[in-house]
Design a protein around this ligand. Structure first.
Ligand SMILES: CC(C)(COP(=O)(O)OP(=O)(O)OC[C@H]1O[C@@H](n2cnc3c(N)ncnc32)[C@H](O)[C@@H]1OP(=O)(O)O)[C@@H](O)C(=O)NCCC(=O)NCCS
Length: 130
């Protein structure tokens, strides 16, 4: 996951992209680039986590928000998780106040599990049932 509350710096982005490429090569899942049919960047989405648990993650480019794209990709990724699962739980955490993201999770079937500290930020934890 990137830094909370600010854009990543260029070196941080380089490091993250290297990490995503390595994760994809090693285990077949990571966070991926999202593009539209014209190959314009729309955002980034996928999974963080370990072999013990996957964490759903998404970010939509500012100019493309409010169009249902996060919901569309979250739904697709839940489907991917269910067909590529090795019995690991699917979870997500949302910073308190990020109500749009919590709404996306609720719309695609996640259930709130309680508060959780993530690197000093108070978050709401969600679980995908099953
Ligand atoms: C959160 C984020 C992914 C939402 O993307 P999006 O494509 O605009 O989301 P969608 O259009 O699919 O759905 C947003 C839902 O939240 C609702 N919503 C938007 N702002 C809201 C707010 N302030 N309070 C409550 N609900 C809100 C929308 O009405 C919509 O729900 P609806 O379909 O029932 O009307 C986007 O704002 C983003 O990239 N934010 C920065 C990164 C981030 O926070 N990622 C998630 C980390 S957990």
């Amino acid at each position: 996951m990137g830094a909370i509350g600010r854009p990543e710096t260029r070196p941080e982005v380089r490091q993250l992209v290297d990490q995503y490429i390595a994760e994809h090569a090693a285990r077949g899942w990571t966070k991926w680039r999202l593009a539209d049919l014209d190959d314009q960047l729309v955002g980034r989405a996928g999974f963080g986590g370990t072999s013990e648990s996957r964490g759903l993650s998404y970010v939509i480019r500012r100019s493309r928000r409010g169009l249902g794209l996060a919901t569309e990709i979250a739904e697709a990724l839940v489907g991917w998780h269910l067909s590529h699962t090795v019995a690991v739980p699917l979870r997500a955490i949302v910073a308190v106040g990020n109500d749009a993201s919590a709404r996306v999770l609720e719309k695609v079937g996640f259930v709130e599990a309680g508060p959780e500290d993530f690197e000093g930020t108070i978050c709401r934890a969600f679980m995908y049932p099953g």
